[in-house]
Design a protein around this ligand. Sequence first.
Ligand SMILES: *[C@@H]1O[C@H](CO)[C@@H](O)[C@H](O)[C@H]1NC(C)=O
Ligand SMILES: *[C@@H]1O[C@H](CO)[C@@H](O)[C@H](O)[C@H]1NC(C)=O
Ligand SMILES: *[C@@H]1O[C@H](CO)[C@@H](O)[C@H](O)[C@H]1NC(C)=O
Length: 273
Amino acid sequence: MRLLLGFVALSLCVYHADATTGATILTSPESVVNQTSATLSCNITNPPSPIKGNHWMKDGTVITKTRSESAGSTTQFTIETIGNTDGGVYTCVFETDPISQSTIEVKTVPHVKAYKDSEHGNENDKGVMACVSHSYPPPTDWMWYMVKEDGSNMAIANGTDRYEIKSQPNKTYLYISTLNMETDMGDYICQGQNELGVASAKIHLRVRSRLAALWPFLGIVAEVIVLVAIIFIYEKKRKPDEITDDDDSGSAPLKTNADTNHKDKNVRQRNSN
Ligand SMILES: *[C@@H]1O[C@H](CO)[C@@H](O)[C@H](O)[C@H]1NC(C)=O
Ligand SMILES: *[C@@H]1O[C@H](CO)[C@@H](O)[C@H](O)[C@H]1NC(C)=O
Ligand SMILES: *[C@@H]1O[C@H](CO)[C@@H](O)[C@H](O)[C@H]1NC(C)=O
């Protein structure tokens, strides 16, 4: 039984290799590690069909300028300067039927950037800071530190105090569950590490008081109060003029005056009767 399974597995492997490459490709160098420039080259022997051309890909995306219709069995691609984001998996592709391809890894030390250099949150709210890495290989380890007043870095452990750290290979988040104005304000450092080294970035966190968050609202309220006061004072000043100008449409007290006058008249009339 075990022998049969082994045989099935073996035949699947061979079949897989035949379907995708069907040829031997020699790559040079095998990988590029921490270099400032590099020339990648591939050399195919025993192509499964005549070669119609070749091109290179980076992380699965075709590098357009490398497209060639050469029938040659070798192809080269030169990276003049290997920057922070030039690391990755490079693939040379010979256009045969089926296609033949092989990969060369270009590795750099990590490059870490803060999502935002400066973050702010309101007192008692949840705070969040984030860092990303666009380098290859992605960091295998992420760390967060808080810069203390004496300049030393205090490592932040996941799940302690109000801290939570969530990390993906190329991204890390630090959450602070309830921001405190006294203790949380300051500089934080995120640090990514891969097999070639470490890199870090700094983020400044500001915590605003709840009251500060209310200022815009209080400003509007104050504005409304002042406006109402102005209108009130203006109306008060205007009223006496109006009364002397216009007797008929007088206000309620005037009407009652008119009524009492009328009543007086009636009374007088009755008296005269
Ligand atoms: C490609 O490989 C073949 C056989 O291994 C070798 O003879 C030839 O010199 C190589 N060509 C280049 C350009 O490296
Ligand atoms: C991070 O990796 C994921 C997949 O692992 C990818 O989809 C995403 O584009 C990457 N983000 C960055 C910023 O490199
Ligand atoms: C931190 O702890 C939380 C909850 O226990 C967990 O979901 C998360 O994956 C942890 N993060 C890291 C970087 O270990």
